[in-house]
Design a protein around this ligand. Structure first.
Ligand SMILES: [Mg+2]
Length: 570
């Protein structure tokens, strides 16, 4: 075996040998592809495509999308979705087709739950004085049932913000409880506030702990949370909440004048539509009448927009279990439906309840990727349908409009912040460099081998470097403080307790991560579909790795996502 007599050396400036000019590269082959001739032909065709003046005129023609429509109304894409391949589009109702006036609905649910806690669960009447503050809660928080805390996590599940009662958690307690622990939402110790319906329960948990502990009472956190859940579930289950909403729909539900036209546009694009809601028929009918009846002359009733109407669907069980479809006999407005019996088909114009995914696909003769389901609940509507079927998903996140409008207004502050952060990174490097130089000079001086004049020169150099290092360290502290203050200002300007919905510090929030992971599309409201073609190809912008963000040219390949499915597409 021959041994190479010399160790190979790396150049301090050139990359590890692998470039197209090295005769024997370690990485890559750098040969012309076998289809070089095809590539040259494609380059020629690209030039004539760019030079086609008629095409340029066509592309520069004004878009049908209103120029006044804000970016907050866009449909955002996590996974490529070709609408031309979608044959059935399904919708959840609550918080999806029906956008509620959050503050009013939360207040109503809160008042009713609080009354139940006092009258049926033995809580002291003093809790009746608590005042609901809707700013204190947002979607995506977790309740720590063991320690009585509300938490917001980053995408890895690490706790970024924590409150006990109405106070931020002490730093030492935060360290002891969460520093080295990720919040796993499967752990029964934690409950995830993942729907807008659940916001009042998070507030009640914090508010009651704050009040009772300030009165010197010991609180069993787990029991308190279970009691709140039971009370709020009853308010939903016994229909008392929905009865109140129905009495005054205009107080609680927004009417979106673009909803009917958006559904109509999808239908005109050849899609069949269906409604799949957990609400019962009488409530569904009342809300849907309010939302859609009379909006478009072509549709005498809201039911004409939909080919299939399924109520009391019991999602997420709908996606996993085998409940039968029941056909309903529905009478006039406000009247309860009567079950006629088990259905063996789904027909336009009829109303059903219950059901399951398998039979739905069987009865509609459509399955998997040609079905798009639009819902607002990450678990019940999106995650579960994603895990048990191949349905494509669109998540309605109504908060996007507020968050995007807010961050748009903070544009100047945010660019200043990012400039300070880049300066901080450079300062960090400069401090490390100077420390290294200072150490090297110290070692020379410590060895004591210098001639007197050299000694003096090195000492002078050391003084200069030390002064520069002091200056750099001061600037680094200053930049860190400025960045922290500006970041806090931006985040807490949106929500003083929890910051931005989709971010936690510099990471995506756990909620943001779940939206990104499970929803193919996400948008603020259903009517945003009005401004796109029903045959639109929604392309996901490519994920860039850090080396691509730093300028690698591979980042320029398919910046808007390729023609094929994105990784994890499904
Ligand atoms: Mg819903």
């Amino acid at each position: 075996m021959s041994v190479c007599p010399l160790s190979p050396k790396l150049s301090p400036t050139a990359p590890i040998p692998g470039s197209p000019t090295t005769p024997d590269p370690l990485h890559g082959s750098f040969r012309s592809s076998r289809n070089r001739a095809h590539a040259e032909e494609a380059e020629r065709r690209a030039q004539s495509l760019f030079a086609d003046t008629q095409l340029t005129q066509l592309l520069n023609a004004p878009s049908s999308r209103p120029s006044t429509l804000s970016r907050a109304r866009d449909i955002f894409v996590n996974r490529n979705l070709r609408m031309s391949g979608i044959e059935l589009v399904g919708f959840d109702m609550d918080y999806t087709l029906a956008i509620y006036h959050m503050r009013r609905l939360e207040q109503l649910a809160y008042d009713m739950t609080l009354a139940k806690l006092i009258s049926e669960r033995g809580y002291p009447p003093v809790i009746g004085h608590l005042q609901y503050d809707h700013h204190f809660v947002m979607r995506g928080l977790a309740v720590d049932r063991a320690n009585g805390n509300l938490l917001k996590m980053d995408r890895f599940g690490y706790v970024g913000r924590a409150w006990h009662g109405m106070r931020p958690l002490q730093r030492e307690t935060w360290h002891a409880l969460y520093r080295n622990q990720r919040v796993r939402l499967k752990d029964p110790r934690f409950a995830w506030i993942d729907t807008l319906f659940a916001l009042p329960e998070a507030w009640l948990f914090a508010g009651i702990i704050e009040l009772l502990e300030s009165l010197g009472q010991r609180v069993d956190y787990g029991r308190l949370y279970d009691d709140i859940r039971t009370a709020i579930d009853e308010v939903h289950r016994d229909n008392s909440l929905k009865r109140e909403v129905r009495k005054d729909l205009s107080r609680y539900v927004f009417q979106d004048p673009e909803l009917g036209p958006a559904l109509h546009k999808l239908r005109s694009g050849g899609k069949r539509l269906f409604l799949l809601t957990n609400s019962a028929w009488d409530y569904t009918d009342a809300v849907m009448r309010y939302l859609l009846d009379g909006q478009m002359a072509e549709y005498a009733s809201w039911r004409n927009y939909f080919d299939y109407v399924v109520t009391l669907a019991a999602k997420p069980a709908f996606f996993a279990e085998q409940r039968p479809f029941l056909e309903l006999e529905v009478a006039g407005p406000g009247e309860e439906a009567r079950v006629l019996g088990e259905a063996t088909s789904l027909e336009r114009g009829k109303v059903y309840q219950g059901g399951n995914l398998v039979q739905f696909e069987q009865y509609t003769h459509r399955a998997g990727e040609c079905i798009l389901y639009v819902g607002d609940h990450i678990f019940g509507d999106i995650l579960k349908s994603k895990k048990t079927s191949l349905w494509r998903t669109c998540m309605i996140v109504q908060e996007i409009e507020d968050e995007l409008t807010y961050t748009e207004g903070q544009r100047e502050r945010i660019s200043e912040l990012s400039e300070v952060e880049l300066t901080r990174e450079r300062l960090d490097e400069a401090v490390a460099d100077h420390k290294g130089l200072l150490n090297a000079l110290d070692r020379r001086l410590e060895r004591g081998e210098l001639e007197p004049e050299d000694q003096e020169e090195v000492e002078a150099e050391r003084r200069r470097i030390k002064a520069e290092l002091d200056k750099l360290r001061w600037a680094l502290r200053e930049a860190t403080e400025i960045a922290d203050t500006l970041e806090r200002e931006v985040e807490e300007g949106f929500n003083p307790y929890w910051g931005l919905l989709f971010k936690e510090g510099s990471e995506n929030s756990r909620f943001g991560e779940q939206v990104e992971r499970y929803a193919c599309l996400y948008t603020s409201r259903v009517s945003n579909f009005l401004h796109d073609s029903p045959l639109q190809y929604y392309r996901s912008p490519r994920d860039l790795m850090p080396h691509e963000q730093a300028g690698a040219w591979s980042a320029k390949l398919s910046p808007e996502g390729g023609e094929g499915p994105a990784p994890g597409d499904g």
